[in-house]
Design a protein around this ligand. Structure first.
Ligand code: NG6
Ligand code: CA
Length: 536
């Protein structure tokens, strides 16, 4: 898939860009230098790169059993690192997973952590202890590049698109950022660099709202015949780049990007950041958007998979991973860098656009053998590809220990030697030994999984003979029982119990057979929900 010619010229250009951009961002570099000079020991700490895929399912990669698509770059991480068979994100949608990944707290504890709207304010308050704030204490340079979707601006106000976008990532521990503010099916299609919209012309202000503006305004409803990718549900408001979105916006024309260029831009920016900080430890959160709708990969990937735009987007994600790892190798940093590859929720086929994902699926099973997908608390919603890779430090192999993205604040701060304040990251476990594949290392023996707003919870509990999973659906509904079908909600009993030891696909509800186990797990779940934290 990767063309070497492109890489060679691309790489040279990227090096040039890196030098220029380090100067451009000298302000940040100065700040970082202060911390660096006061913390020489930090130089021996490894770099950390977390690559979080968007909507990538357990079965979407060839290293996780996919036969209809090849993902050689991610496979290389899996074969040279540790491939987890029970690696999780904490929620089956993006915002709550990302909230938990950064704060180490279960999202269901905090109302307002569901999928964030275009004008949503910052969900994580300034001053909160987060993964990047902990790593900063150890002297790390920290950056997030890619999808944010955790809100920007003050509570009650939201983002000031034409002014200073604060609070945001820089107020919770990141030194720098280049962001897609929410998701690309939500307006606006602009980059946020640090505190401002990049390339915004003050003479053409950006307006974002949830109601159509007064003046005539083309939408996916009024101009449906002009769209180059039709919508199937929602997504019929402002049109940009021939695709209608969620929400309305006007202006900011010079700042708008093309969907097809996101991945390239983020790879370029990430390599610049790594190049600038190659002499000190850095933490990069590479937050991909590739598989999320609208699926519009760069033209060079279109038609390259058998699976339509969704498959082509997987190839683009694989390319991104290859570029980041190649850059680390070129900089001589491969052996000084821990890479964690994960996803923010399970897979979905039709997520609001007519892009052929379902029709072109063939034999591909995006959630592998698991039931459900995005929006679901069945395993397919939160169990995803999860790989740790650190040449010479993480022994190559496979692990069936349970680890979760919510554990990264505790585990990675443990790697960096920074103790957690007692009130911080209250659900984040230190599973560093499991992540590094140390002999005898244990992952979690319990984990809570949640849907978007936390009104459906799953509790996984590993015991000697059993691998219990209790699902509590307060509204007696679940989403997307079979990910290959069109998304819908189905009735279920309030409590379901499965034993994943011999029922990975959660097909045999044992709640009636083991009422005492249901009772015991309900009590455990209540304790976790109402207690002050669940970390070890
Ligand atoms: C839903 C959107 C879906 C996607 C999701 C968030 C509709 C009908 N559906 O509300 O397309 O944007 O939110 O996805 O609007 S996530 O991966 O960021 O959580
Ligand atoms: Ca997602």
């Amino acid at each position: 898939m990767r063309t070497r010619g492109y890489l060679t010229t691309g790489a040279l250009w990227l090096v040039g860009m890196a030098v220029v951009s380090c100067l451009v961002h000298a302000g940040q570099a100065d700040l970082s230098a202060n911390r660096e000079s006061s913390n020489h020991a930090a130089k021996r700490l490894p770099n950390i790169v977390v690559i979080m895929a968007d909507d990538l399912g357990y079965g979407d990669l060839s290293c996780y059993g996919a036969t209809e698509i090849r993902t050689p770059q991610i496979d290389r991480l899996a074969s040279g690192g540790l491939r987890f068979t029970q690696g999780y994100c904490s929620s089956s949608t993006c915002t709550p997973t990302r909230y938990s990944f950064l704060t180490g707290n279960y999202a269901f504890r905090t109302p307002g952590t569901g999928v964030a709207p275009p004008n949503g304010p910052a969900i994580i308050s300034p001053g909160t202890t987060t993964l990047p704030s902990l790593l900063r204490q150890a002297g790390y340079a920290t950056a997030v590049v890619g999808k944010w979707h955790l809100g920007l601006g003050e509570k009650g106000a939201g983002p000031d698109w034409n002014g200073r976008l604060s609070p945001g990532p820089l107020e919770i521990g990141f030194d720098e950022c280049l962001l897609l503010p929410t998701t690309n099916d939500r307006v606006p299609q602009v980059y946020v660099r640090n505190h401002v919209v990049e390339n915004l012309d003050p003479g053409d202000p950006l307006w974002v709202g949830d109601r159509a503006p007064e003046e005539p305004h083309a939408t996916g409803l009024t101009q449906r015949e002009t769209l180059r990718m039709d919508w199937s549900h929602g997504h019929n408001q402002t049109i940009h780049n021939g695709v209608s979105r969620i929400g309305f916006y006007t202006g900011g024309m010079a700042a708008r990007f093309r969907d097809e260029d996101l991945a390239d831009r983020w790879v370029t920016e990430s390599i610049r950041f790594m190049e600038c900080h190659k002499d000190r430890p850095f933490f990069l959160f590479f937050s991909s958007h590739d598989l999320h709708v609208p699926r519009l990969p760069h033209e060079r990937f279109v038609g390259k998979s058998k699976l339509g735009y969704r498959g082509d987007s997987i190839l683009q994600l694989d390319w991104c991973v290859g570029e980041l790892t190649a850059a680390l190798e070129r900089l001589g940093l491969a052996e000084d860098t821990l890479i964690v590859f994960c996803s923010d929720n399970g897979p979905v086929m039709d997520d609001g656009y007519v892009d052929g994902a379902l029709e072109k699926l063939g034999a591909h099973r995006a959630a592998g053998p698991l039931k459900g997908g995005k929006y679901s608390v069945y395993e397919g919603g939160t169990r995803t590809p999860f790989i740790s890779y650190w040449p010479g430090k993480v022994a190559a192999g496979e692990s069936d220990e349970v680890v979760c993205t919510i554990d990264l604040p505790h585990s990675l701060s443990s790697l960096a030697g920074v103790p957690l304040p007692p009130e911080a990251c209250i659900d984040s476990w230190d599973v560093l030994d499991a992540l590094l594949g140390r002999p005898g290392a244990m992952g979690r023996d319990q984990l809570v999984q949640q849907n978007n707003n936390g009104n459906i919870l799953g509790l996984r509990v590993r015991e000697a003979e059993h691998d219990w999973k209790l699902i509590w659906s307060r509204n007696k509904q679940v989403y997307n029982q079979v990910v290959e079908e069109t998304l819908r909600s189905r009735p279920v009993p309030e409590f379901q119990l499965f034993d994943l030891v011999d029922d990975t696909s959660e097909s045999n509800n044992l709640a009636d057979r083991y009422p005492e186990v249901v009772q015991r797990l309900r009590e455990r779940l209540d304790e976790i929900r109402t207690g002050g934290g669940s970390r070890f």
